[in-house]
Design a binder for this molecule. Structure first.
Ligand code: FES
Length: 160
């Protein structure tokens, strides 16, 4: 998939912010992910060329970060925190509830392509646990009722 002109420009601008081009690795990967939804071998090549490094190096850096996706995901990436504070406040039963409501296991995408369900480590919002992140938005103090509302709203937003 070719990258848009806007993404090309953004990448060029990001690279100029750093004395060493390779320091722009993470913002560059975020641009690529935003363009394609996840990181492909073409994305690694695109970033590598801009940063004067190798696609293998880019891929190895990307492998450290769970927020950088290496596979396609649904329109809504549901990331449930299962770390300590969230677990103490019921993350596991809520995760089971989400699996039941979505009809998928962790790591899977719904057949309509709307939702991908994953677990993540601490989202840094322990005081409002249990927490999940869907795309760029946090949903806090989760309950079953709140999950029902969220899924209904997202399905309505997607027109399904
Ligand atoms: S443990 Fe879930 S946000 Fe910190």
């Amino acid at each position: 998939m070719p990258f848009s002109e806007a993404a090309q420009k953004e990448l060029q601008q990001v690279v100029t912010r750093y004395p060493d081009k390779r320091s722009a690795m993470l913002p560059a990967l975020e641009i690529a992910q935003r363009e394609q939804g996840y990181l492909t071998p073409e994305a690694y090549e695109w970033v590598a060329e801009a940063l004067d490094t190798s696609p293998t190096w880019v891929a190895s850096v990307a492998s450290f970060y769970t927020m950088l996706r290496k596979e396609p995901v649904g329109r809504y990436l549901v990331q449930v925190c299962t770390n300590l504070s969230c677990s103490l406040l019921g993350a596991q039963p809520l995760l089971l509830y989400l699996q039941e409501k979505l009809g998928i296991e962790v790591g899977e995408t719904t057949p309509d392509g709307l939702f991908t369900l994953v677990t993540v480590e601490c989202l840094g919002s322990c005081a409002t646990a249990p927490v999940m992140q869907i795309n760029d938005r946090y949903y806090e103090r989760l309950t079953r009722e709140r999950i029902d509302e969220i899924l209904t709203a997202l399905r309505a937003e997607a027109g399904s």
